[in-house]
Design a protein around this ligand. Structure first.
Ligand code: ADP
Length: 443
């Protein structure tokens, strides 16, 4: 490069000298210098014009032939052009391959730009979400998919989980939609057809609900006969354990089965309702806590637990009274069942430091080893099966609690140490708690 420039400068110098030499033989010594340099300038202008013509010529053409510095410029630009073309081709091939693979995916894929504007989508997205080519390009996804669950999901900006709702193109198709962020304010929307899964889940729920329902009548009949037989034996004054013991065991087992069937039915109902439970009311949780403490004292009986309540009377909760009472009762009665005689159970209803409120039950009972904690809310999960049966537990209590809390935007926190005791906390967000006046003004 430097060589070229020194040649070029040498050439200009030589031309100037030549002009000067010629000028010595004329009365105007500078005129030939000016003429020679003007010729040199004209050559440059000519090359600039050729460069312009070549740059704007359609198609890929070879660069014009030239000499000196211009040969270098033409060849350099040409090489740069070739490199760019190659890169563009490679990029195009990549984009094409990506489009082909995304188009072949059975799941809907939509690229969303700023403020949810649709930039690109595959054919599955047309089928599952009803997007139309090319009209919907540039539209906002909020305007085309208007299911409330999806609108809330987008507004929430928390895309850790997916959201399920029926397809706007065909209500029989159930979709599971997830948004993934990438780049700067770019988002990828992925939608999967989960109709089959949904149907299977529905079948499972219906099956459990139907079986539980069908078992209820024979159990009632059985319990009725057992009671009659016990009454007859009592009337006969029979206290022969050979006759009374089997009936006692039968009564215990039918009671257990009825509790199990009732819990299963309750859980099915909660599941079937989904998020659409009965209308919420404002609940005086402090009063509920006092009532539960009284019931717990009766349940404790001779075991003599110390049961205390520390509830904020100014703090109310918005929710379905029966459901929340049932969830809180489960925790309180568990504490009684799993705390040895003489232990202490503390019931509290207080504000959360970050806003909202928590209903907390703390006991000094047998506690739960850490490895079981994450599984406690699974159906039929028991830390000690024998002990749970002894206490008449169905293994469904905490699963019910979890479902009820989910319907109230709440969550369960458990802290426990084997041999030391446990703390079960039902927490609710700030928009679920209310002031006590709301309870008083309730119709
Ligand atoms: P169960 O009807 O068996 O009590 P739950 O779903 O209510 O079923 O509880 C699941 C399991 O969690 C219980 O079997 C028990 O092992 C454990 N558990 C629940 N509450 C307590 C508690 N307060 N202290 C110790 N263990 C508990």
């Amino acid at each position: 490069m430097r060589n070229r420039w020194s040649t070029e400068l040498g050439r200009v110098g030589l031309l100037a000298l030549l002009g000067l030499g010629l000028g010595l033989f004329t009365p105007w010594p500078l005129v030939p210098v000016i003429l020679v340099l003007a010729g040199y300038l004209a050559w440059h202008l000519y090359n600039v014009a050729r460069l312009q013509r070549w740059l704007y010529a359609p198609g890929q053409t070879e660069p014009p032939q030239s000499q000196g510095i211009w040969e270098d410029i033409f060849n350099g630009l040409y090489r740069h052009q070739l490199r760019q073309r190659k890169r563009r081709k490679r990029l195009n091939r990549l984009i094409h391959r990506f489009e082909e693979s995304a188009a072949a995916m059975p799941d809907a894929t939509i690229i969303l730009g700023e403020r949810g504007v649709i930039e690109w989508w595959n054919s599955a997205a047309s089928r599952l979400l009803g997007l139309r080519h090319p009209d919907d390009r540039g539209q906002r996804i909020h305007n085309l998919v208007r299911h409330p669950a999806f609108t809330d999901y987008l507004a929430g900006e928390d895309f850790g989980e997916s959201v399920e709702f029926p397809s706007p193109a065909d209500a029989r198709i159930m979709l599971s939609v997830r948004v993934v962020r990438y780049g700067r304010d770019q988002r990828l929307l992925l939608a999967r057809d989960v109709t089959r899964l949904h149907q299977l889940e529905q079948m499972r729920r219906d099956f459990v609900a139907n079986v539980s329902h069908e078992l209820r009548t024979p159990l009632t009949v059985l319990a009725g006969y057992i009671e009659t037989l016990q009454d007859e034996l009592a009337a006969d004054g029979a206290d022969d354990p050979v006759r009374t013991r089997p009936l006692e065991l039968m009564e215990q087992q039918t009671t257990r089965m009825r509790a199990l069937v009732d819990d299963l039915l309750y859980l099915s109902r909660l599941e079937m309702d989904g998020d659409r439970g009965p209308a919420p009311e404002t609940i005086d949780v402090a009063a509920v806590a006092e009532a539960l403490a009284e019931e717990a004292r009766q349940l404790s009986g001779e075991r003599g637990h110390t049961i205390t309540v520390d509830a904020d009377p100014e703090l109310a909760l918005r929710g379905v009274p029966n459901e929340l009472r049932s969830a809180f009762a489960n925790l309180v009665f568990n504490a009684v069942q799993y705390t040895p005689a003489g232990g202490t159970i503390r019931i509290a209803w207080t504000r959360r430091p970050g806003g909202g409120g928590c209903f907390t039950v703390t006991d000094t009972g047998i506690g739960i080893p850490a490895r079981h904690l994450s599984r406690l809310t699974e159906r039929f999960y028991r830390v000690d099966v024998g002990r749970s049966r002894e206490t008449g537990g169905t293994g469904l209590g905490l699963a019910i609690v979890k479902h009820i809390l989910q319907r109230h935007a709440g969550w369960l926190e458990v802290e426990s140490e084997a041999g030391e005791g446990s703390t079960f906390r039902c927490c609710f967000p700030v928009d679920r708690v209310d002031t006590a006046e709301a309870v008083v003004t309730k119709p």
